[in-house]
Write a protein that binds this ligand. Structure first.
Ligand SMILES: CC(C)(COP(=O)(O)OP(=O)(O)OC[C@H]1O[C@@H](n2cnc3c(N)ncnc32)[C@H](O)[C@@H]1OP(=O)(O)O)[C@@H](O)C(=O)NCCC(=O)NCCS
Length: 196
């Protein structure tokens, strides 16, 4: 497999990003093209793809939030406006969405994208903590977040309403900006670092 690299997302990536979104999430909770386009316009530094010459195989987008305290359910509404929520001086880096094309899963790309994005973000933006929302049913993502030092700060019972089956509980996870599994200082990586 040709190596994948992380690079900033571009408007011409939107078709691929939407097809990865289709691969990754139940139809009832997928974000729209307009939502992704707005995220790209509002905080381009926080929106990356993992790509090779075949195009993007994964994406990750984020926002900086100015949170006065613990977030609540309304903060995580599907399709919330990044333009309204993003604050360049916000001290909370919120990972708004993240996925890898189904055919490429299970070989380390998801973990590498997540880890390298955060390592780069730690040197590129000023924030204090990283925040994200995950469904209790997303075992692969939860395994990655646990390994990367995220801990639950809030539970959102029945938050995820899928197109079939019962609702699933949501968990808001958080991690300080500076976290290192070895206890040392983490070294920022290059945006164009080659991935497996
Ligand atoms: C989460 C996601 C990005 C991971 O991508 P990936 O390329 O498959 O991830 P990796 O191969 O790097 O790692 C997957 C990890 O999950 C673990 N895993 C896989 N299946 C698992 C399961 N059923 N239970 C627990 N852990 C599991 C793997 O063992 C691996 O961890 P390890 O390297 O320590 O062994 C991908 O599964 C995806 O796009 N899922 C749908 C979208 C999603 O859930 N996004 C997160 C939104 S919060």
């Amino acid at each position: 497999m040709e190596p994948y690299r992380i690079r900033p997302a571009r408007p011409e990536d939107l078709d691929d990003i939407l097809s990865i979104e289709d691969d990754s999430f139940d139809p009832a909770i997928r974000e729209s093209r307009e939502t992704f386009r707005e995220r790209m316009e509002v905080f381009p530094e926080g929106f990356v793809v993992l790509a090779n010459s075949d195009g993007p195989g994964g994406y990750l987008c984020s926002e900086l939030w100015d949170l006065p305290g613990l977030p609540g359910t309304a903060d995580f509404a599907l399709g919330h406006s990044a333009r309204d929520r993003h604050s360049p001086r916000g001290r909370t880096l919120y990972i708004s969405s993240y996925g890898i094309r189904r055919s490429l899963r299970g070989c380390g790309l998801g973990k590498a994208l997540f880890r390298d994005f955060l390592a780069n973000a730690s040197s590129a933006f000023a924030f204090d903590e990283v925040l994200l929302l995950v469904s209790k049913t997303w075992a692969e993502a939860r395994a990655i977040y646990a390994a990367e030092g995220f801990r639950r700060v809030l539970e959102l019972p029945g938050f995820f309403r899928f197109s079939a089956g019962p609702p699933a509980d949501g968990e808001v996870l958080s991690r300080p900006r500076f976290w290192d599994s070895t206890g040392g200082t983490s070294a920022p990586m290059m945006m164009d670092k080659e991935l497996p």
